[in-house]
Design a protein. Structure first.
Ligand code: FES
Length: 153
């Protein structure tokens, strides 16, 4: 009995290893195909395939418009960008790196972006400093809004 169970267990392990191996090979093939562009398909349409390149060409969807509160905003730490909606339907984006000493700004409310380190504040519509030690505006970041998708350009 226990020998049978052990045998089954071994089979199970082999199955899992084989599956992982196949997945790894598939991933390698996919990665290979993606980096080589349209080598096999004979197309010159690599520009029209944003999916294969991910975020390389910009245009990656950052958020849905509904994610950005009116009069407020959202900080996207990974992209180091803060997106605001100072007026209904009007979206702005700025670097989330505070121009005082480089902390990440954190809060956006009442039309103001706030840095938690030394309480610098910036206008959520323009990025201009409105208080605290920062004297330079947050640099604007380019975004595009298509339908309800906000993309980082
Ligand atoms: S780093 Fe932002 S206020 Fe100092």
């Amino acid at each position: 009995m226990s020998a049978t169970q052990e045998h089954r267990s071994l089979l199970g392990r082999r199955t899992v290893v084989a599956a992982v191996g196949a997945a790894g090979a598939a991933a390698a093939l996919t990665a290979c195909g993606g980096s080589d562009g349209s080598n096999g398909s004979g197309g010159s349409d690599s520009v029209q395939q944003p999916g294969s390149g991910g975020e390389q060409q910009g245009g990656a969807v950052l958020a849905a418009t509904a994610d950005i509160p009116e009069g407020g905003g959202v900080v996207f730490a990974a992209q180091k960008v803060v997106v605001t909606q100072p007026k209904p339907g009007e979206f702005k984006a700025f670097s989330s790196t505070c121009t005082h000493q480089g902390c990440a700004v954190k809060d956006v409310s009442a039309g103001m972006i706030t840095c938690p380190c030394h309480n610098s504040t910036f206008d959520a519509a323009t990025g201009s400093p409105t208080g605290g030690p920062a004297t330079q505006p947050l640099p604007a970041r380019e975004i595009t809004v298509e339908g309800d998708a906000i993309r980082l350009a």
